[in-house]
Structures are given as structure tokens and as C-alpha cells.
Design a protein around this ligand. Structure first.
Ligand SMILES: *Cc1c(COP(=O)(O)O)cnc(C)c1O
Length: 369
């Protein structure tokens, strides 16, 4: 392993900064023996719903479970088709497959999100839902998505796993569709210390369905079973940690925006390098990731690594090209083009300005600047 001068993530620094609060949360849970569905979970759900602006949030044990639970709640199963973007984390499509439905992939645009102009061509009489993804901290064009959904009478499930705190026209990611799906995987913008997830929704029936199904179908008040469910409750200990970190989220997003601006000032205008700033009216981006596109592809990402800058390449090979996934490749030119060029630079609130400048200097040196 090369010696990295700038790490891609830095959980140790997060812990240093929040040690008193996180340790207090740990001791409270341990001393109370509060592991399953206790007040810490309820408090976290309340704070998450308030942040997103929905009536309910239901804690689950992963973003994947948020997706599959939402699909089940919408009654989607065998014979149905669900529209998903061709460029996303594989779990978006896997959730559709694992409820027995068929993902129908649609190419993305220059902002890495589903190209709304291509959605209607992919709708068939079997389409049961639209599943847009808000990738990298930038929302999909939800005004257009909701309009298409209304015209075709389709529910919308938002894969918002990468855009907690993001907004469009003042309305938060995860507050537009039937549900918003969240992941608290350690390196998401709100990360726990293991897997975690949630759905947000305004639908009381859906929230009740998810609360029962996450606990094997049981109504915790009456003990009655209301269906064959799952074991996918967000751990109370994780909820306690996440509630601590949620309080830091607005400040963390501000810092991410500062870093993004610093990157922009340092790298703007380099031929062959595209930066992830869209400057669209109404969009409030949170920069969960800072994904640049270099026409040099691997030569660019390998150079950064060799110079001690830890980067992530997601994804050089689109998920639909993995034969074992048995997905239909209808031809996705933008996904193909960006996949050859993507490179995620380090971005997290604990990154110092000096480190950001080091990344910029290495990028500039790749271009002989
Ligand atoms: C992280 C992520 C998921 C899955 O979340 P898990 O908690 O890892 O199951 C789904 N979709 C997107 C876009 C993600 O980034």
C-alpha cells in the first residue's frame, strides 16, 4: 500500500472531534441495556424526519433494506418493471430484482443522474415505479420526475442514499416521492459504525408497514403478526451514534461546500478535466462525493494514487456489464463515457485546507501546470 499523504476518508479524525459525545452515547446505551427499539432510535427517527421535512422516518439496517421495503410497500413484485438509472450503486437495481421485479435501466446525463428526457421511452404497460437516484450529493431533476410520474400514475421511490441534506427548490431530497431511502453506511454523509439505513415518508400506512416488517411483521404494541417480515431494524446503539452525528451535519455540509469551492478555484478551466459544479437554479448540493471526470481515465487516477492522494474510482465498469447480474444493456452512451473518466477526490469536513491544496497541486502537476 502506498503511503497516503491525503486519505480518502478519515474516521479517526471524526472520532477525535466527537469523542465526548459519542462516548457518552455509548455509555448511556450500554448502562441502560438499550439495544433494540428504545428511545434513542425514536429520537433519531424524529430528528431525521425533521431534517428531511417528512412526517415519518423509520430506521432500518441498510440503504438496501430501505429500497426493498419501499418497493414492497408500493406493492411491486413479479411482473412489474421499475425504472432505475444505468449509473448508480448496484443496490438500487438489486433491490428491484430481489422483490421479483425487473429493473429497466435509463442512461444518465452530465450530472451523473437519470436523464429525465429518456424516462418516458422506457415506460411500458408493466412499469410500476420510478426509482431515481440522487448521486454524489446532487439531486436528480425531481420536478421533471414527479411530472412524468403524475402523468403515468406511477409512484416514485427516491434513492437518496448519497444526498442527505440536499435540496431542490427548497424541498429536501427524500421528501418528494412515496419514500426517500437512506443509507448510514460508515462513509456516507451521515455514517454510523456499521450498516444502517432508513426510509422517510409522509404516508402513515407505509411507515406502519415498515415498522412492522422490520421486526418480523410484528406490531410491537399488540404482538400480532401482520405479514412475513424481516429482521432489519436499525440498531439502537447505531441510532444513538447517528443522532450525535446528525447534529453536526449542517456544519459538515457547509464545510464540504467550502472544500468544493476551493477545488473549483484550484482546478477550474483545465482542459480534459470536468468538475462537478452544475450551478443550476434551485439546487442545493451537499457534495457527499467530489467526482471529477478526466479524459485521461486510469492514467489520472493512478497518478494521484502514486503521489499519495487516495482516490476512489466508482465505477470503471458499469454494473449492468457484469454478466452474473443478468441485466439488459440497452445502450447507455453517457454512462459508458463517464465510467471511463470518473475519479472521486477526497472530500469530508475534517479535511484541512492544506490537504485540499495538496490534492489540487497534484492534479495540476498531472496536467503539467
Ligand atoms: C450506499 C448506497 C446504497 C445502499 O446502501 P447500503 O446501506 O450500503 O445498503 C444504495 N444506493 C446508493 C446510491 C448508495 O450510495
Amino acid at each position: 500500500m502506498p503511503h497516503y499523504r491525503v486519505r480518502f476518508v478519515n474516521p479517526q479524525r471524526v472520532y477525535q472531534n466527537l469523542k465526548p459525545q459519542l462516548d457518552a452515547a455509548y455509555f448511556e446505551v450500554m448502562e441502560g441495556g438499550d439495544f433494540i427499539d428504545r428511545h434513542q432510535l425514536a429520537a433519531f427517527e424524529e430528528h431525521l424526519a425533521a431534517l428531511v421535512g417528512t412526517r415519518y422516518a423509520v430506521g432500518l439496517n441498510s440503504g438496501y433494506d430501505a429500497l426493498q421495503m419501499s418497493l414492497r410497500a408500493a406493492g411491486i413484485g413479479p411482473g412489474g418493471e421499475v425504472i432505475v438509472p444505468a449509473h448508480t450503486f448496484v443496490a438500487t437495481a438489486s433491490a428491484v430484482v430481489n422483490v421479483g421485479a425487473t429493473p429497466v435501466l435509463v442512461d444518465v446525463g452530465g450530472d451523473f443522474n437519470i436523464n429525465v428526457d429518456l424516462i418516458e421511452d422506457a415506460i411500458t404497460p408493466r412499469t410500476r415505479a420510478l426509482l431515481p437516484v440522487h448521486l454524489n450529493g446532487h439531486m436528480a431533476d425531481m420536478v421533471a420526475v414527479m411530472d412524468i410520474a403524475a402523468r403515468h400514475r406511477l409512484p416514485v421511490i427516491e434513492d437518496a442514499c448519497q444526498t442527505l441534506g440536499g435540496k431542490l427548490n427548497g424541498r429536501a431530497a427524500g421528501a418528494w416521492g412515496l419514500t426517500g431511502c437512506w443509507s448510514f453506511y460508515p462513509f456516507k454523509i451521515l455514517g454510523g459504525y456499521g450498516d444502517g439505513g432508513a426510509i422517510t415518508t409522509d404516508d402513515a400506512g407505509l411507515a406502519t408497514f415498515a415498522r412492522r416488517m422490520r421486526y418480523n411483521g410484528e406490531d410491537r404494541q399488540t404482538g400480532a403478526y401482520h405479514g412475513h417480515g424481516f429482521t432489519c431494524l436499525l440498531d439502537n446503539l447505531q441510532a444513538a451514534f447517528l443522532d450525535v452525528k446528525l447534529r453536526q451535519l449542517p456544519a459538515g455540509i457547509e464545510r464540504r461546500r467550502e472544500i468544493a469551492e476551493r477545488y473549483r478555484r484550484g482546478m477550474e478551466g483545465i482542459p480534459g478535466l470536468r468538475l462537478p459544479h452544475y450551478d443550476l437554479p434551485g439546487y442545493e448540493d451537499v457534495f457527499q462525493n467530489y467526482v471529477v471526470r478526466s479524459t485521461a481515465g486510469d492514467a489520472f487516477s493512478n497518478y494521484l494514487t502514486s503521489q499519495g492522494i487516495e482516490v476512489l474510482v466508482q465505477f470503471r465498469k458499469p454494473y449492468y456489464r457484469y454478466e452474473d447480474l443478468k441485466l439488459v444493456d440497452r445502450g447507455f452512451p453517457e454512462t459508458e463515457a463517464l465510467s471511463a473518466e470518473v475519479c472521486s477526490l477526497p472530500i469530508y469536513p475534517e479535511l484541512t485546507d492544506e490537504e485540499v491544496d495538496e490534492v489540487i497541486a497534484v492534479v495540476r502537476s498531472f496536467y503539467h501546470l
